[in-house]
Design a protein around this ligand. Structure first.
Ligand code: C2E
Ligand code: CA
Ligand code: CA
Length: 923
């Protein structure tokens, strides 16, 4: 009694009542003084958390010893002197929370008022946990519906207990192989269904009285009673294997289910569950080790790793939660399932199959299938049949198409389900079908169909509704799948085939070329790179459609000429690569030239004005050459040499070319500094007025005076600068030099002749060309008549509209404009009327040979006559002989320019020449 602390109430209300408590065979007394709000515990107790504790202001401090959630229960119990026992948890300091039970009695005073509450607390933790375990154990495996691992043990032990040594039972552990992978790939829901289906299939194969349980995530125990022989058990095990094999596990062949079985026998290998289990476990371990499907426990050749006591050989036997799936209302269950299944899987096809199976069983139908229309073909893509299972539809193609037609016509009922009532359609054998279409952007893409031919033929509203939902879900994922399949297909195609021409890409070309060259190792091969000369001009002037058409035609041409060991590819814009077998270099060149020439001919027959040509570069593969990409690059280098040539169409790669390329690269890397260092200089070539013999003007021509003293002619760098755009800078630099010179002449009162400058076609792509020109002449106070702009004829051909606009603007501003290189390579007479301007400069090609042929005379004189009629002056370039000069005078050519009179001269020399001409003529 002295053990009880807090004496107040007890001493007041007598010993008898306190004694009453002791009779209640308990663990820990408590006393609650209601008035003082004080709770005290006795201290000889087995609940160390409470021993001897006194809690003043118990209401507040309760949570120091009691689990928070249970505090209100305890408070209510104490304050209202609860009559019924309560269970609550103490905060344990030794272990986790401890379950306790409290019971109490109210102590009343003479007025029958409750003044205290006394009682006892016992530790029921052990009991409570055992109780929980008990209920857990008694349950079946909720996923598969077979016994769980505790139940199966109990049941088998029960059977073993009543068996005698004459009986023979087989004990098997069955382990599904690769289940983890399947689970990851198809999603846990899919995995769950697979496990469930395996269990269902296994159950079908066992006899009544046999026991089946799930002992691990993908492991089952089977206990088969009364085996006549080992071979009978073996046969049984084979049946079980078959059941697993037959379980649907997705479309992928690699996903086909397989398993291993370890077998042990009662009584030979044990009389207790645990003994049989460990032997079967060893057998299973051996099966896995030896790659066998079924292994019966035997001691022969047993080589097992040592294990700690109680550990098993093959695997951990515990059930991993795969994930859970909440059930909802009956008809929505399937809908949720469908949604979850499909949204969790990476293999939509397999999931749809699985879903059809589930639909089939759920709706109690005989057939379910999905019809899709893809690439104009309407057909069943997934099906399930009550008798045959998956993928064995009995519906005819005709029937499938008829239904599709029906759906697509019944536009008023779109997006709804069609039942026999809606449509009056009945399947021949008297069953009833339900189908629901699915749509993409309002186009019917397919439908889901199911058919019932026995039992209740009428669909309930719930059934129709869930079916609609499910169709929507299926269609969403199927359409998504098909789209991504199409994209993958396209990407695959794009990697290997060029979308415009259909020719292989470089990617494919490289792989194919390697294979070919390896396969025909005695054949010699070359890589030919080809492109369409002036393709950019064609694109610019005739439009992209025309350009595309030309590319397609060339591709087709290459395709037609490539067969056997020859393959071709489109390597970039207008660039094509061909792998060509050859015997000799001459024969190779002939072959390439025949392609080049016959294609150009074919094109030019169609379009005379375009003058289409092909340039080709040939690189002969060396023995055992591996780097085909570098080979293409080399062929490209060779090709570039003839790209701008109007004469040559084909060149072989040689080592000089690499040097050429290097030289070009050097030019490009030096151009900026050269401009800063004033390495570019203006040379002037006089223009002579033929009637008077006076200098009537000059052309400014650029020269690159390099620091090493060498001079580069413009043909070595201007084309390069036109390609990389630097020409814009350089030209304006020249224009500025010319303006400065004119300003100087003007200021010094010297005689001024107009100076012409060259306009690169690149300027036409810049809108500010005219503004910049204006700015320049303003800065140097140069008058427009002093400057003439030379636009080459080719500018007009390729950029007709812009060129004509610029020309007109320049003339409006007061400048003279001449058409340079007239007659060079282009048949442009009919364009003359559009290009009407101040001066026509006849190309120097007309005067090349020194002595002029009769035809040339005729052409030149007619051009001059024509120009005159169009009010244009004519200047002949490249005049080198007196004879040419005399001829030009007779045909009334206005001016001439050429070595006969003077070469392009440094400015100083030109000034002297100008002066001497004046003097000579004046004297
Ligand atoms: P182009 O405009 O046709 O210039 C005439 C070319 O013919 C000059 O070559 C000139 O030296 C050359 N020539 C003059 N008389 C004779 C002759 O009697 N016989 C022969 N065989 N040739 C003669 P050049 O200076 O080498 O210029 C070549 C081309 O470079 C020019 O052809 C022009 O298209 C371009 N070019 C020169 N300077 C510039 C420039 O500042 N800007 C731009 N954009 N291009 C320029
Ligand atoms: Ca010129
Ligand atoms: Ca010229």
């Amino acid at each position: 009694m002295e053990d009880v602390q807090g004496v107040g109430v007890i001493s007041k209300y007598g010993l008898e009542k306190y004694n009453a408590l002791i009779e209640m065979n308990c663990c820990c007394f408590f006393e609650f003084d209601m008035e003082a709000d004080r709770l005290s515990f006795s201290n000889n107790m087995v609940i160390p958390e409470l021993s001897g504790k006194v809690i003043e202001h118990s209401t507040f401090q309760m949570s120091s010893i009691i689990v928070d959630r249970d505090v209100p229960i305890v408070i209510e119990f104490l304050h209202f002197a609860g009559e019924n026992p309560i269970e609550f948890r103490l905060k344990g300091f030794v272990q986790n929370a401890i379950w306790c039970q409290a019971r109490g009695t109210a102590i009343r005073n003479e007025q029958n008022e409750t003044v205290a509450f006394v009682g006892y607390i016992i530790n029921i933790d052990q009991q409570k946990r055992e109780r929980e375990e008990q209920t857990a154990r008694s349950r079946m495996d909720s996923l598969t519906g077979v016994w769980n691992q505790f139940a199966v043990k109990e049941i088998i032990n029960g059977v073993l207990h009543t068996s005698d040594s004459d009986d023979c039972h087989a004990f098997m552990i069955l382990d599904i192989a690769g289940f983890d992978v399947l689970n990851q790939k198809l999603g846990f829901l899919f995995g769950n269904v697979v496990l469930n289906n395996i269990a269902v299939n296994l159950k079908k194969r066992i006899t009544e009285g046999d026991v089946i349980g799930r002992v691990g995530t993908d492991k089952f125990v089977l206990f088969l009673k009364n085996m006549e022989s080992v071979s009978e058990a073996y046969e049984k095990a084979e049946l079980l294997l078959k059941a697993v094999h037959e379980t649907y596990a997705g479309e992928n062949i690699e996903q086909k289910l397989s398993c291993n079985v370890g077998v042990s026998f009662f009584p030979k290998q044990g009389t207790q569950y645990i003994e049989l289990f460990s032997k079967a476990d060893i057998a299973l371990y051996q099966a896995k080790q030896n790659g066998e499907e079924i292994t019966i426990y035997h001691r022969d050749g047993l080589k097992l790793p040592k294990l700690a006591e109680g550990q098993l050989y093959y695997n951990e036997y515990h059930i991993k939660e795969l994930g859970s799936y909440k059930k909802s209302e009956a008809n929505m269950e399937l809908v949720h399932f469908a949604m979850e299944l499909l949204s969790n899987t990476k293999d939509v096809g397999s999931a749809v199959n699985m879903l059809l199976d589930k639909i089939g069983r759920n709706f109690l139908v005989s057939n379910v299938f999905v019809v899709e229309q893809e690439k104009k073909k309407t057909g069943i893509s997934y099906s399930w049949n009550f008798k045959e299972g998956l993928g064995k539809s009995t519906a005819s193609q005709k029937y499938v198409e008829e239904l599709f037609e029906l759906l697509s016509k019944a536009s008023g009922m779109r997006r709804s389900c069609y039942t026999d009532l809606d449509m009056g359609v009945r399947v021949e054998d008297g069953g009833t079908m339900l189908l629901c279409g699915f749509y993409e952007e309002d186009h019917l893409k397919g439908y889901v169909y199911m058919e019932r031919n026995s039992g209740c033929l009428r669909w309930t509203e719930q059934e129709v509704e869930s079916f609609m939902f499910i169709t929507k879900i299926i269609s969403f994922y199927l359409l998504k799948l098909r789209n991504s399949e199409r994209i993958t297909e396209k990407m695959e195609m794009a990697k290997n085939f060029d979308s415009l021409t259909g020719l292989p890409t470089v990617h494919k070309f490289l792989t194919d070329a390697e294979i070919l060259v390896k396969a025909y190792n005695t054949t010699r091969f070359a890589i030919v790179s080809m492109d369409i000369k002036n393709f950019k001009y064609i694109n610019d002037s005739l439009g992209y459609d025309a350009g595309d058409r030309l590319l397609k035609e060339f591709a087709q041409y290459l395709r037609d000429t490539s067969y056997g060991k020859q393959i071709c590819a489109r390597s970039s814009a207008d660039n094509f690569a061909v792998l060509m077998p050859y015997e000799t270099a001459e024969q190779l060149k002939l072959r390439v030239m025949s392609i080049v020439e016959s294609f150009s001919e074919q094109q030019n027959r169609k379009n005379v004005a375009l003058n289409i040509g092909i340039s080709a570069g040939i690189y002969m593969l060396k023995d055992k050459e591996k780097d085909f990409m570098a080979a293409i690059d080399n062929a490209n280098i060779a090709r570039k040499l003839v790209k701008n040539s109007s004469v040559d169409s084909c060149a072989f790669f040689d080592d000089n070319m690499e040097r050429e390329i290097k030289k070009e690269q050097q030019i490009i890397s030096n151009m900026h500094s050269a401009l800063d260092n004033e390495e570019f200089q203006v040379y002037l070539q006089p223009k002579i007025k033929l009637v008077t013999g006076k200098i009537s003007g000059a052309e400014a021509l650029v020269r690159w005076m390099r620091r090493d003293g060498t001079m580069l002619p413009p043909n070595d760098f201007v084309p390069l600068f036109e390609k990389n755009g630097f020409i814009v800078k350089l030209d304006f630099y020249i224009y500025e030099q010319v303006c400065k010179l004119l300003q100087k002449w003007k200021k010094s009162g010297a005689k001024i002749v107009p100076i012409s400058v060259n306009v690169s076609r690149v300027h036409l792509y810049h809108d500010d060309f005219l503004d910049k020109v204006l700015q320049l002449i303003r800065t140097y106070q140069v008058e427009p008549w002093m400057i003439e702009f030379e636009l080459t004829e080719s500018i007009f051909l390729n950029n007709t509209v812009t060129a004509i606009t610029v020309m007109k603007e320049l003339r409006k501003m007061g400048f003279c404009v001449s058409i340079d290189d007239f007659g060079a390579g282009y048949s442009s007479l009919n364009l003359l009327k559009d290009m009407r301007t101040d001066v026509l400069k006849l190309d120097k090609e007309f005067f090349r040979a020194g002595e002029m042929k009769e035809e040339e005379r005729i052409i030149v004189s007619s051009i001059i006559r024509m120009a005159k009629q169009l009010n244009m002056k004519v200047l002949s370039e490249g005049v080198e002989t007196q004879m040419q000069s005399d001829f030009l005078k007779t045909v009334e050519c206005d001016m001439a320019q050429g070595y006969l009179y003077a070469k392009p001269l440094p400015v100083k020399e030109f000034e002297l020449l100008l002066k001497s001409y004046e003097e000579v003529l004046e004297s």
